[in-house]
Design a protein around this ligand. Structure first.
Ligand code: SAM
Length: 334
């Protein structure tokens, strides 16, 4: 059956797609890390969507669209008119409505933000060009949509760009929009929350407080993104809320010691930052409560690491940084 956009065929002719994350994080190899000239890629403000107004150069860089990206975010099924499993009324139409809406948010809102190198080990970041008021919806996190279970049990690839909704895994490693460049901070100024558009879920990026011109936009990837599920942390957060590379604290700092029997060390809070956010009434450090309700995940990276011989892991990760005491201060009296 001939198919036309958006019901594209899968095909095997995927073009190699350039990757952004050219730096190594804490000695871990970042796969597919060929350098890329971002101004070309960002050409007309799009990252990876076959929009009508995308330049030919940009389009040429993209993989042909696959059916995967049309999976319904609500039911997780592939949204095709000929897919009898998908209830067109409940899934496909709202899905299309969702994406009509989301596509209008796909452009980099160049009046508001810009993407540039942070000059740190975090690679590119997104910066405000103007003051952006609290509670502004900036856009939706877009990427290849996978069935969550299938995605996390497939050891074939790893991605550092995965958000989960209740059923889907949205991976912006190869396709996505500007939101994939938003870095993580322990006191984020942007929240990432699952929001429904009709019956379809999307991951909305919304300012958690007023953002000033020049400020970098940050969400909080969540402790799990850095700590992983295994014995060794996958990566240390280098945001300036805490001194030195650290694991982000658990969401509720006051609950922290009790919940984890005081065995888990806390990141040492940068004194300047701590005073800035100190609640003068209670004396406690205020951590933004607008944490992401959905977090990025790196389970597949862990799966990949498990496949490496132990000697190689040792080589790749600085042993100093692998121990918690090497990166956080157990004596911090908070
Ligand atoms: C979703 S990407 C963000 C965009 C990324 N900076 C880039 O240039 O493609 C996530 C990656 O950015 C880096 N990163 C973001 N926030 C970080 C943080 N707080 N500490 C350390 N690395 C961070 C890590 O390499 C992480 O795997």
């Amino acid at each position: 059956m001939a198919s036309s956009w958006p019901l594209n065929s899968e095909g095997d002719d995927w073009a190699p797609f350039p990757k952004f994350n050219v730096h190594n994080t804490n000695g871990f190899p970042v796969q597919h890390s060929s350098a890329f000239n971002i101004p070309d890629y960002m050409h007309n403000g799009h990252v990876g969507y076959p929009q009508g107004n995308m330049s030919a150069e940009c389009r040429a860089l993209l993989k042909p669209m696959t059916r995967r990206i049309y999976a319904c975010l609500s039911c997780g099924r592939v949204a095709r008119a000929d897919n009898t499993q998908c209830n067109i009324a409940n899934c496909y139409l709202p899905y299309m409505a969702h994406f009509d809406h989301v596509f209008s948010n796909t452009n980099l809102p160049t009046d508001m933000v810009e993407i540039r190198q942070t000059g740190t080990n975090q690679g590119y970041g997104v910066f405000a060009r103007v003051a952006i008021p609290e509670d502004t919806i900036l856009g939706f996190y877009l990427g290849e949509v996978h069935d969550q279970t299938a995605f996390f049990t497939d050891p074939a690839t790893t991605s550092w760009y995965v958000f989960t909704t209740t059923r889907a895994a949205v991976d912006s490693r190869d396709y996505g929009n500007w939101t994939r460049f938003v870095n993580s901070h322990c006191d984020p100024n942007v929240s990432a929350t699952i929001r429904n558009v009709g019956q379809v879920e999307g991951i909305a990026f919304q300012t958690a407080r007023q953002i000033n011109p020049g400020d970098q936009l940050f969400i909080n990837y969540g402790r799990g993104y850095f700590a992983g599920d295994g014995e060794k942390p996958l990566l240390y957060c280098t945001c300036d809320a805490h001194e030195g590379p650290h694991l982000p604290p658990f969401d509720d700092e006051d609950d922290y010691a009790e919940r984890y029997n005081k065995e888990v060390s806390r990141p040492k809070i940068d004194k300047g930052w701590r005073n800035k956010y100190r609640d003068t009434t209670s004396g406690k450090t205020r951590i933004s409560k607008k944490f992401s309700s959905t977090t990025m995940t790196r389970s597949r990276l862990q799966a990949y690491l498990k496949t490496l011989p132990i000697e190689e892991i040792k080589k790749e990760v600085d042993p100093e940084q692998r121990t918690r005491s090497g990166s956080v201060d157990k004596t911090d009296p908070i």
